[in-house]
Design a protein around this ligand. Sequence first.
Ligand code: PGA
Length: 246
Amino acid sequence: MILIANWKMNLSAKESGALATRFAEISREAPNIEIWIAPSFTALEVTFKAVRGSNIKVGAQNVHWEDKGAFTGEISLEMLKEIGCSFTLVGHSERRILGDSDELVTKRALHSLKRSFTTVLCIGETLEQRNSDQTLKVLETQLFGVLGALPLHSVPHLIIAYEPVWAIGGRVAEPDDINEAHEFIIKTCNGALNGFTPPVLYGGSVAPENFLPIAKLETVAGALIGGASLDPGKFRDLVSIASRIA
Ligand code: PGA
């Protein structure tokens, strides 16, 4: 099982280093769980240093589709690789709200995947879309651009994170809703990728109180965790739940 801590724009480099040191200890207690951390760009190097010697992977919260150029405020895959990043998140709903359209997310994801870089593609519907029965259609559209253009060699590097927008930072989705969405994502990927099934992670208010029934779902390969990943006690509890059922 993969647990990704998305620290968003919450921690300074100093705070990230301290939390990453705790994560390294947690990771040693649960060698069967993959722990990945996505700190802010300015905290990448200190996070690497803090987890050295553990099997934690460190990655970025976004990536641009060009190697260099006049793209103020963006970061390239080569820059991330140079400092040792091993994965990137793309299409997080908080990026989409700031203007990343399906088209831009697809460009980001395809660039990263074509370079054989582990890429976590975040997809998910808004509450309005769910209430008007658009969930599966939205997921299909968000997947389609990437699946339809993915070269064969890139397929093993794809990971999907299902994050219903309405469930981020507050209300958790019900296991039945999660299972239905994950089944659909798996079926869609299978159809488009000649039977290949990427790991599908769930994200949205994951916490020790709600994680067990979610983690037990066969369609769930892990979780993308925001708020609870900022608290080492809660994160340790999540890792221990995952470790028990892995
Ligand atoms: P949350 O964030 O766990 O705080 O809901 C999840 C995410 O946005 O990745």
